[in-house]
Design a protein around this ligand. Sequence first.
Ligand SMILES: *[C@@H]1O[C@H](CO)[C@@H](O)[C@H](O)[C@H]1NC(C)=O
Ligand SMILES: *[C@@H]1O[C@H](CO)[C@@H](O)[C@H](O)[C@H]1NC(C)=O
Ligand SMILES: *[C@@H]1O[C@H](CO)[C@@H](O)[C@H](O)[C@H]1NC(C)=O
Ligand SMILES: *[C@@H]1O[C@H](CO)[C@@H](O)[C@H](O)[C@H]1NC(C)=O
Length: 228
Amino acid sequence: MDLSKSNCVITCYFFLFSFLVVNSSDPHFANTNCSDSRSFTSDSIYKSNLDSLLTNFSTAADPFYASRFQTDTSGQGSDIVYGMFLCEGQVSIDNCRECIKVAARVVVDTCTIQKSAITWYENCMLRYSDTNFTGVMETVPSYVRTRLKDIADPNLRSKPFTLIYKLIGTVQESEDLYAYAKKDERNYWIVQCTRDINASVCGTCLNTLIKEGEEKSRGKIGWHLANV
Ligand SMILES: *[C@@H]1O[C@H](CO)[C@@H](O)[C@H](O)[C@H]1NC(C)=O
Ligand SMILES: *[C@@H]1O[C@H](CO)[C@@H](O)[C@H](O)[C@H]1NC(C)=O
Ligand SMILES: *[C@@H]1O[C@H](CO)[C@@H](O)[C@H](O)[C@H]1NC(C)=O
Ligand SMILES: *[C@@H]1O[C@H](CO)[C@@H](O)[C@H](O)[C@H]1NC(C)=O
């Protein structure tokens, strides 16, 4: 499957009771995928480059988080580490920093030797690799988290999808590749792409993701789909 290079997220909060609004110290909320191919040792230059990248991602000044998205590299040559993060568009700068900080801790605790890893944390995604993935096609891994409870009223079950498809149209017009619709505190929908891809690729990515996720998330009161 040769889809366009993609990074996207869809979050649907529908009749939702503080789903995703969780204690940020709860590691169970993270979903982490460590690549199984290349590894580093704890005394390697790669490891110290990675630590430096993650420290920067976790402790920067406010303007660094203003766009909710950054890419950076650390080191050079065969020891270079490529990094990226995305915070969901609605989170504050402080919450973005906090989310990245926790995600960085969780990911290195989970992926102790792997050179490539991605973690989706409550409101952010953090990723690094020894290869340059910026703008690079990848449709796996992906991640679906659903709130197990069903939407009670069957007439409302298809409603999230109508809105999501509308938002997938809207997001391609938006500069920051982020769109949301909100009915009230408990009912809102978010679609977002990382900004290393362009609007049309973002649309392709989201359409792929929503098709993959429709089965699993249909009728659930809350869900979050993410593609690398
Ligand atoms: C981390 O930030 C410092 C200070 O801004 C900078 O000098 C350094 O190059 C950054 N390192 C990385 C890996 O981005
Ligand atoms: C990584 O790849 C992107 C897209 O091809 C390119 O724009 C960027 O310059 C590359 N980064 C580095 C550090 O080579
Ligand atoms: C990690 O991603 C790969 C695909 O890139 C997938 O095969 C694997 O099951 C994922 N592992 C976990 C723990 O999600
Ligand atoms: C968007 O990016 C894709 C993949 O890099 C490229 O093929 C396409 O021409 C770009 N589209 C626009 C409108 O720039």
